[in-house]
Design a protein around this ligand. Structure first.
Ligand SMILES: Cc1ncc(COP(=O)(O)O)c(C=O)c1O
Length: 472
């Protein structure tokens, strides 16, 4: 950035932001089936934006200085606890932070002989691996059922050791949208004296409304015996602006173990409920206003529309030759795979037609697939979406599997990334047609095919380098 000598006019700044956003995927309208959550009701997003701006400059760092933060947070956390079986909680910036706090609380509330360990199904979100990495906890990953994709309770039980501080289940897990056997696994954890976290980042503010609309949803919240904490993202199916999640604890002592205080310096006293210290109350204001603007009726209506769209999508995809839906999701996340069609090419073909369908790499015996998050706005365009999936599948079938330059995978697998600087990595990517200049690249099939052929640790090393290059 060239820092201007003289301050510039706001109109000019907004015009420049609009230009920077030109290549962005649209955040409204339902054609982007990941990352964004649209109610289809602009007035709700407008209310959230205004409340967000109203709270923007309030710092949640000191709740005694800004009592509005306490009042608002108690209301928002209270609403989540009322819907999800009680408990006491913390408002956080997102699923990852909620999970980080649940892992910290588990680690600090049970002293074990060795390194603290956590048991998770392979379908659990990477936020748990991140928390483990940051907090020095070891991960014991266990397989899921190869047909239902739900966590295997017996495998979880067998993985628990004397050093296990936490067992994790998802409601639902993101990759296939299925709900793990929460009751069984929480019961096993309780019998072994281990805490159990339900990752309901996706489902917490979704499954109750789907259930009310007629979906079969098994019990998954804090009312289930043995469940000791739960994360619920309001910036997903709560439809709040980003930066909004709640972590609930069954026991107030566990919430205290998530907190942090420091008086070990000569400055102001630090009391933090979250990982972040100084932070804007904007997201809290946005979440509070969204809950108020939609109300119970609004969420019920969104739940009905979401359920109808998810059912239609599952049935429509299953009817397209060569595609199959993975598992039987209770939620509104739908993943489909194919033995005949390259799903990465299908995703690129959809992108050419103006739709973003999220590709997922193969892992732990689960095939590569396309993942769609059905939201409140999907129903209006579900037939158009199915049409695009059918056309993109036909085009991908015609194009055949991605043909990678000979030796490319071996080359990437054997790369000494330490010896390669960012510029050389960028050149290497360009030589196989991948532009890392940060301008939205719709043709991703080659990249995905290369990543798909690599083991997870190589994928991670390449992805970190990729991030470093696009920000250099
Ligand atoms: C099941 C699940 N848990 C946790 C997360 C992490 O949430 P966030 O991206 O808000 O940190 C996600 C995100 O998609 C998720 O799907």
């Amino acid at each position: 950035m060239n820092l201007p000598d003289k301050g510039r006019d706001v109109g000019e700044l907004l015009a420049e932001i609009a230009r920077m956003k030109e290549a962005d995927l649209p955040v409204r309208g339902g054609k982007v089936t990941a990352y964004v959550y649209d109610t289809g009701r602009p007035e709700v997003h407008e209310a959230a934006a205004r409340a967000y701006a109203e709270m923007l400059e309030v710092n949640t760092l000191d709740p005694t200085a800004f009592p509005s933060v306490v009042e608002m947070e108690r209301q928002v956390v209270g609403a989540v606890a009322d819907l999800l079986g009680g408990g006491t909680g913390i408002f956080t910036s997102g699923g990852t932070e909620s999970i980080m706090l649940a892992v910290k609380a588990a680690r600090d509330s049970r002293r074990v002989e060795g390194r603290p360990r956590m048991v998770l199904p392979v379908t659990a979100h990477p936020a748990f691996h991140k928390a483990a990495h940051y907090l020095g906890v070891a991960v014991d990953a266990v397989p899921v059922d190869p047909v239902t994709f739900r966590a295997d309770a017996a495998a979880v039980e067998a993985a628990i050791t004397g050093d296990t501080v936490l067992v994790v289940v998802s409601a639902p897990s993101y990759p296939q949208g299925v709900v793990d056997p929460v009751g069984r696994i929480a019961g096993i954890a309780a019998a072994r004296g281990v805490l159990c976290h339900v990752d309901a980042c996706v489902g917490g503010w979704l499954l109750p409304w789907l259930r009310a609309a007629g979906a079969e949803v098994p019990p998954f919240d804090l009312s289930v015996p043995g469940v000791t904490s739960l994360s619920c993202d309001l910036h997903k199916f709560g439809y709040s602006p980003k930066g909004a999640s709640v972590v609930l604890f069954a026991d107030p002592a566990l919430r205290r173990a998530a907190y942090f205080a420091s008086a070990s310096w000569p400055g102001y006293t630090v009391i933090n409920a979250t990982v972040q210290s100084s932070k804007s109350a904007g997201p809290l204001g946005g979440a509070w206003a969204t809950l108020q603007a939609l109300g119970r009726e609004g969420y019920l209506e969104l739940g009905r529309a979401t359920l109808a769209a998810a059912r239609r999508l599952r049935e429509g995809v299953a009817a397209i030759a060569g595609l199959r839906v993975l598992g039987a999701p209770e939620s509104s996340l739908v993943a489909f795979a194919s033995d005949e069609i390259d799903v990465f090419t299908l995703s690129d073909e959809a992108r050419k037609r103006g739709w973003f369908l999220q590709p997922q790499l193969s892992y732990a015996g689960i095939p590569a697939n396309i993942h769609i998050t059905v939201t409140g706005v999907t129903l209006r365009g579900v037939e158009a979406m199915l049409q695009v999936i059918a056309e993109s599948a036909a085009a991908a079938r015609e194009r055949g599997p991605v043909r990678l330059p000979e030796g490319l995978v071996e080359l990437v697998a054997g790369l000494d990334l330490e010896a390669l600087d960012d510029a050389a990595f960028g050149e290497l990517a360009a030589s196989v047609g991948v532009d890392l200049n940060g301008s939205g690249q719709p043709e991703m099939a080659v990249v995905n095919a290369v990543l798909d052929a690599l083991p997870a640790d190589r994928r991670e090393a390449v992805l970190i380098r990729f991030l470093s290059v696009i920000y250099s």
